[in-house]
Design a protein. Sequence first.
Length: 342
Amino acid sequence: MNSKERLVKAVTFQAVDRVPVVPVALTQGAKLLNLDLPTYQKNGEYIANGQLKLLELLEPDAVFGMPHVVEDLTPWGVPLTYHQNGSPTVGKMIIRNVEDILDLKVPDPTNSMETKETLKAISILAKKVGQHTAVIGGLIAPFSLPSMLMGTGAFMRLLLEEDRNGDQYLKLLLHKCKQFVISWAKKMVEAGADIIVMADGIASQTVISRRLFENHVLSLVKETIKEIPVPVVYEAVGSAQGIIDLIAITGAVVTILDYNDDLKECKKIANGKIAIMGNFNNIEMLNWNAIKTQLEVKKAINKAANGYGYVVSSQGPEIPYNVPFEVIETMVNATKEFGKYK
């Protein structure tokens, strides 16, 4: 059984040899190639080679074709500020007042350097290892994208005001973002992505209520996933425990959990309808060692591996750049050792 078969079968609750393990190591390839992080993140060939090096050294069950997800903003004209020890940050907001939403044009997702390089990385990985290892692409979900185009505070004010008083701008903005997300996902699939991760931090229970999720997110995510021709992993980038039953009817095959979510309880709520992934605290991993990592892997497997439908990983969005390589290596090796199904 190769890695792609293992991952696909496990998340669809079919028998596999062991629990899959997918460390979201988007930046660590830069160290392995002796490149500074901004140089690495801007070059699709480097991104692919970094993932291939990680695959060679660790043999995880998937590789990632994107360097980060804030690249999704660049086709909209949002500049990024690059950093030596972490992912880029947003340079400016392009929606300064709600009236700007009316004239906002949905861009071609491939009209920026960053997105073109991501497609290059995905294409290289698909050609070199796609026959046996899943190639993962990622993007910002349509409900969370507006917060990065206009600012989280401004988007939350728009959401809460129009939730109370009726929609004027929110529906139009979310529709435009949905169009972009579907188009961008299809481009990644055309390049060779087998799975798309949809990051939706503003929709998590860390940020909004279940009622707001039901009223404004659920149908939007359903409509988006319906148009994406490969399996979708829904990443709440925050607590998902109280909405797993809703995520399970969106069409997503997996949901990534927050470190505050209880794995055993989440597995029970999922009830064979959606697989779960996570939920190691990626910030605390900065201070872990091999022994601590092994203990966390064993604990997670004991809680969630029974009956398949579980993938060992961290919470979203990614493993920080400065997490010791030993920790990531131990995560993979411990899963292979302790995650076997008899």
